[in-house]
Design a protein around this ligand. Structure first.
Ligand SMILES: Cc1cc2nc3c(=O)[nH]c(=O)nc-3n(C[C@H](O)[C@H](O)[C@H](O)COP(=O)(O)OP(=O)(O)OC[C@H]3O[C@@H](n4cnc5c(N)ncnc54)[C@H](O)[C@@H]3O)c2cc1C
Length: 392
């Protein structure tokens, strides 16, 4: 078999052959969806700063990727590896698309699936798996991002009811959500609440003027004395362990997903460099270009092998959150470097939306920051190695 086949120009290490047929078929189906439904429009969505989230959610529900790694309630019950590879294909389209799916499946749905009551699950999970209901996950606040335990949003008792007050910031899907999972301080520590977004006192103004993840809805959540019934609280997941376990689910999608954006940049750039003539020969035939392409292919291959390894650890139930930190740090950091290097090869053309490269690079700045910044993951790894927590 030739090393680099036309069907998989970037599968240099033959990683494709390491997954079973069912997983490969699923990955191919997601890739087809992205090619047909997303790729023709995404540059315009990005330019206009919008995403047709409601239509896409329905279609992604039909495709079966919303909460796909969860079991029951209309979820597909796939492996973590299959979920990761689906995220890779989605993010090859745009990080905003993958963010929609990550937040829906790994943050909002997972929180309800893992910590919710039987009633919460029945009411929300089938509708969310089908994309009829959109979820968001409110943890970050204006003054508490990397250190969410300091959150000021508070839930107090009023008779049997709960009253929620506070502000959440940078919340993906916020303005289009039907249901918000909101984390708040209570007398018993941090708890999660299921908040229908039509509850009086709840509003979700969209954050504008973003230069990254423009094809994604990002919002503030304002909770102005939102009155909720006693059973709105998630019975499980008390303390920071609740939201952090959801973030670990979502980070698995990013470990794979960021590499999809990198692959798309590299594919675009190899094709561009073949057709662009510079100093009387193709740009691809110049040594400096080949050095860049080779180095990027090395990092992409290493990243894919690492992602697959972590996916398999998760599938065997032995994955530690500190290993996910290493994967998230590596995938996003390398993907961003690849996107920026590809941009140099495209020259001036690289700064436009005619090519996906700078869009991916801009998106990856958000991916570098959310779900734990690179620095936070470095501190997690540092603590693992030295035993010293250097966070504060
Ligand atoms: C597009 C987008 C979508 C998002 N979606 C969601 C969402 O759906 N739900 C949600 O809850 N949140 C979401 N977030 C928020 C995201 O999780 C936070 O932005 C992230 O946790 C970082 O918080 P911060 O922006 O407040 O940065 P800060 O915490 O203020 O960090 C600023 C800088 O300080 C560094 N830093 C932090 N701690 C240390 C330390 N101990 N030592 C040295 N340096 C340190 C950081 O690495 C960073 O470089 C989203 C963010 C973005 C950009």
């Amino acid at each position: 078999m030739p090393l680099v086949t036309p069907a998989a120009p970037l599968d240099y290490l033959g990683v494709d052959a390491l997954v079973d047929d069912e997983t490969r078929d699923l990955q191919a189906a997601v890739r087809h969806f992205v090619d047909e439904r997303v790729r023709p429009h995404v540059a315009t969505w990005f330019e206009d700063g919008r995403l047709p989230a409601r239509d896409l959610a329905r279609e992604l529900g039909e495709l079966g990727v919303l909460g796909m790694h969860l079991t029951g309630y209309g979820c597909a019950g796939t492996s973590a590896t299959a979920y990761g590879l689906a995220c890779l294909e989605l993010e090859a389209g745009d990080s905003g698309l993958r963010s929609l799916v990550s937040v829906q499946g790994s943050l909002a749905m997972y929180a309800i699936w893992r910590f919710g009551s039987a009633e919460h699950k029945q009411e929300w999970l089938p509708a969310m798996a089908a994309g009829r209901a959109i979820g968001c996950f409110g943890l970050t606040e204006p003054d508490f991002g990397s250190d969410p335990a300091g959150m000021r949003t508070r839930a107090r008792r009023d008779g049997d009811d709960w009253i929620l007050s506070g502000t959440k910031m940078w919340i993906t899907n916020g303005s289009v959500a039907d249901i918000a999972v909101v984390w708040a301080q209570t007398d018993d520590g941090i708890r999660g609440f299921v908040v229908p977004t039509d509850t009086p006192g709840f509003s979700a103004p969209e954050i504008k003027r973003k230069l990254s993840l423009r094809a994604s809805v990002t919002s503030e959540l304002v909770l102005d004395d939102v009155r909720l019934p006693a059973d709105a609280v998630l019975p499980g997941g008390t303390g920071m362990g609740g939201p952090l376990s959801c973030l670990n689910e979502a980070r698995m999608g990013i470990v794979f997903g960021a590499l999809g954006a990198a692959r798309d940049c590299l594919e675009t750039t190899i094709a561009y460099a073949q057709s662009r003539q510079i100093f009387d020969k193709p740009l691809a035939a110049h040594q400096i270009t080949q050095v860049k392409l080779a180095d990027m292919t090395v990092e992409l291959g290493k990243g894919l092998l690492l992602a697959l390894h972590l996916g398999r650890l998760k599938d065997t139930g032995t994955l530690d959150h500190r290993q996910i930190s290493l994967g998230k740090l590596n995938s996003v950091r390398e993907a961003l470097t690849i996107a920026n290097t590809c941009r140099t090869i495209l020259g001036a053309a690289g700064i436009t939306l005619d090519y996906p490269v700078m869009r991916h690079a801009a998106n990856l700045e958000s991916v570098l920051t959310y779900e734990g910044t690179s620095e936070v993951h470095q501190l997690v790894i540092g603590q693992t190695l030295t035993g010293h927590a250097a966070f504060r």
